[in-house]
Design a protein around this ligand. Structure first.
Ligand code: TXA
Ligand code: MG
Length: 326
């Protein structure tokens, strides 16, 4: 059985930290999605994350830390780009890729020479992180708290639906604010590259870097093309973040409606994903809606692609992956 802890209880936060420091696994809330956390300084706890998730060992984990100073320690070189972006966007939905220092275990990074690090914007999880650091831990290694390839959890109930009995506890902090994962930026050089679209919009990152005379690219635009220079995040697999129902995408609401009628007339259970005008509302509800479809036996999900501005790019990315051939 997985213990349910309350993020608003100080006693439960102490309890969560103790489980983690003893090598246990705790699903923790963040502003993006729930993370499946292990003490990043404990190799066997980190290994358990991979087996619980069913995740290939070469898909490295993000290390969550309480602040910029703890992040710096994990980097061989804390670059100018990392400093600028972390100063502006932490705590928040930004993950920074840098060359790793010796204190980061190969178990966390899947033998890569780089590490991805972020400071989540969630008071309860930051409190747990500070306790971890005080006890000598480098931080929490945490992928999203779902089975590999499936939809990320944005509520404690989602974590339990996937991982009940497989993790020691879930720290219930209510629904996540943003609802899609963090933006991952390769910050190793002054030409930074977005490896995964996410909670901080591309334009916001680019504007901040431009103030300091630096550039931000998408992977296709980067001048670096060699394998070593181009640390493609395995999260960029074609099919990912996928519900069981089939997903079809539309740029146009009239086309979507035509398809809905056609599928329904064939006796299929069809659901149209809610698509609020405001991209923050769209992203916040996206994964919960997909899970709801699976729970109620929907055959086909029809989704209207949002405009790519703001959080729209991350939403489009997740929808395209959910719709990819499996
Ligand atoms: O919002 C988020 O980022 C959430 C919350 C829990 O923080 N975490 C999350 O973790 O989405 P995960 O493991 O589901 O996705 C992290 C992505 C994966 O695609 C992983 O392969 C990539 O980051 N990644 C991690 N370390 C990396 C590294 N050193 N080099 C390249 N990619 C890396
Ligand atoms: Mg994930």
């Amino acid at each position: 059985m997985t213990l349910r802890l309350d993020a608003s209880s100080d006693g439960d936060l102490v309890h969560a930290a103790r489980i983690l420091l003893d090598g246990g696994l705790v699903a923790v809330p963040t502003e993006t999605v729930y993370g499946l956390a292990a003490d990043a300084s404990n190799d066997s706890a980190v290994d358990r994350v991979f087996s619980v998730k069913g995740r290939p060992k070469n898909h490295p984990l993000i290390v969550h830390v309480a602040g910029r100073d703890e992040a710096c320690r994990l980097a061989a070189t804390w670059t100018h780009a990392a400093e600028i972006l972390s100063t502006r966007f932490w705590p928040g939905p930004l993950s920074v890729l840098v060359d790793k220092s010796a204190i980061v275990s190969d178990h966390v990074t899947g033998n890569r020479t780089t590490v991805v690090v972020r400071v989540p914007d969630n008071d309860a999880t930051l409190h747990v992180l500070r306790s971890m650091h005080s006890a000598g831990s480098i931080g929490l290694a945490a992928p999203s708290a779902n089975k590999f390839g499936e939809v990320s959890p944005t509520a404690a109930e989602h974590v339990l639906a996937d991982l009940n009995g497989l993790v020691d506890a879930v720290l219930d902090g209510g629904p996540c604010d943003i609802g899609v994962e963090s933006t991952i930026v390769d910050c190793r050089t002054s030409e930074a590259v977005v490896l995964r679209e996410g909670g901080v919009p591309f334009d916001a990152l680019r504007e901040e870097l431009a103030l300091h005379g630096m550039e931000l690219k998408r992977p296709g635009e980067a001048t670096r093309t060699d394998e070593a220079g181009h640390a493609i995040a395995p999260g960029m697999l074609a099919s990912h973040y996928a519900p069981r129902a089939l997903v079809e995408l539309f740029e146009d609401v009239a086309e979507l409606d035509k398809r809905r009628i056609e599928l329904a007339s064939r006796g299929l259970r069809v659901h149209v994903l809610p698509h609020p005008e405001n991209s923050y509302e769209y992203s916040r509800g996206l994964y919960a809606s997909m899970r709801e479809c699976d729970a109620t036996g929907v055959d086909v999900i029809l989704a209207l692609l949002p405009d790519a501005a703001g959080l729209g790019a991350a939403i489009r990315d997740r929808l395209v992956k959910a719709a990819a051939p499996r």
